[in-house]
Design a protein around this ligand. Structure first.
Ligand code: GLC
Length: 418
């Protein structure tokens, strides 16, 4: 007998809640700041990561909206008054000694958080959690000032050429640490190579100032996925605040993605690397992520589905949506101790992309993809990622944002919007 999403919904919801509760951490940091967050997965990922927490909060919303709100408020408390929010925060324990030199901190030991950013999803997550918070209606507007400061900080500090596209200084600022799209950009300084420590040191020396770093070096890029997050958050803050200026800012970023990153030959959105803004011609799921932007032309979005997501040589896989196109020479679908994002299917990516697939009219395909990942999670647990060819669960177990599979398993529930 074949399982349907109906059979999977209840057991996967129970498993998702169990994993979220297991990974929940709360307490008070030595500096007196209270925290509450979901760690991605012990023992490897024991800290708070910005985008993990955004997804975790969205996953929490169906089980315990108070925890979802607490997680997002903790992200705000992780930052500085000027609007900077860090990629990783060491609330309850310092980084382990072997990994500490590789975190993008000011000093090797003792900092509370990194100086690097994460994919800026906070305002987007805030809107979703607010929609799940009828018990606390004030939540929607309580952080307008802080979210404004955050998005203004990004515009001021991370858009040195003022074109509406944010720049990242380290590959992992997108969350896609070792993606092969960064190989040609960072070379020996890539995240999985020994030179990465030099890249971090360089940024430290230049005070993590994007204007100074981009003026002096070639290893930086305008990353499509990061800018999709930025546009989603600008749109979300527009709706939360009711102020029109935010949608104009979002439209500017969306227009820049369309005019500067869209590759007419393939229909993919390509990152722009270095001072010359050279397009990076590697097909990864990030090149498809503008699907999430509902204001982009329908034809552009449908092309991403038809020529990429539904192509069996590229992204149409047995399980989920591969993080790299299967016809890329760099595609590696299995586990690698040192490298991530080089092929396997991740739950958050699949969850993000099936919503717009369905909205654009590809309901059957969206349902097929949802079911394939839900089945893998049922068979192998909430793993960090899955082999797109077989559905085999890989890497970390009890992985936080894989709790989003509870949505995938529920027919018709996946909705990436607020
Ligand atoms: C890995 C992933 C990154 C994630 C982090 C915590 O570094 O590549 O995307 O945020 O783990 O889960």
């Amino acid at each position: 007998m074949t399982e349907t999403t109906n059979d999977l919904a209840a057991p996967l919801a129970a498993e998702a809640e169990r994993v979220l509760r297991r990974n929940w951490r709360e307490g008070t940091h030595a500096d007196g700041t209270a925290y509450a967050f979901t760690c991605p997965g012990a023992p490897r990922y024991r800290h708070q990561w910005h985008w993990d927490s955004c997804f975790n909060a969205v996953a929490w919303a169906r089980f315990d909206s108070a925890r979802a709100r607490a997680e997002l408020r903790t992200i705000l408390r992780s930052g500085r008054g000027d609007g900077f929010l860090p990629h990783t925060v060491f609330w309850d324990r310092p980084a382990r000694w072997r990994r500490a030199p590789l975190y993008a901190t000011l000093r090797v030991r003792g900092d509370r958080a990194t100086e690097s950013i994460g994919p800026p999803l906070l305002a987007w997550a805030w809107e979703r959690v607010a929609a799940a918070s009828p018990d606390e209606p004030g939540f929607a507007r309580e952080a307008l000032g802080a979210l404004t400061a955050h998005l203004d900080w990004l515009a001021r500090e991370r858009d040195p050429d003022g074109d509406g596209l944010l720049t990242i200084l380290l590959p992992d600022e997108s969350g896609l640490d070792d993606s092969p799209k960064y190989d040609p950009v960072f070379g020996r300084l890539a995240h999985h190579r020994p030179g990465y420590a030099r890249l971090v040191q360089r940024c430290r020396r230049l005070g993590w100032r994007a204007d100074r770093i981009t003026a002096a070096h070639e290893e930086h890029l305008e990353d499509v996925w990061v800018n999709v997050c930025y546009a989603l958050s600008l749109r979300a803050l527009g709706r939360l605040s009711g102020e029109g200026g935010w949608s104009a800012r979002a439209a500017r970023t969306e227009a820049a993605l369309l005019e500067r990153c869209l590759d007419p030959a393939t229909g993919l959105f390509l990152d722009l690397a270095g001072r010359d803004e050279t397009p990076v011609r590697v097909s990864t799921w990030s090149a498809l992520s503008p699907l999430l932007l509902e204001d982009l032309p329908g034809a552009v979005r449908r092309r991403l589905v038809e020529e990429h997501l539904l192509d069996a040589r590229r992204y149409r896989a047995a399980c989920g949506i591969p993080s790299v196109a299967m016809d890329e020479p760099s595609f590696r679908p299995g586990f690698d101790l040192w490298r991530t994002w080089r092929g396997p299917s991740w739950t958050n990516v699949t969850w993000l992309l099936v919503g717009p697939m369905r909205d654009l009219g590809y309901e059957d395909d969206a349902a097929r993809v949802r079911l394939s990942l839900a089945r893998a999670a049922r068979a192998h647990g909430l793993r960090e990622y899955y082999d797109p060819r077989t559905g085999r669960g890989l890497a970390a177990r009890h992985f936080g944002w894989s709790a989003l599979v509870a949505d995938l398993a529920e027919p018709g529930s996946t909705d990436h919007r607020g």
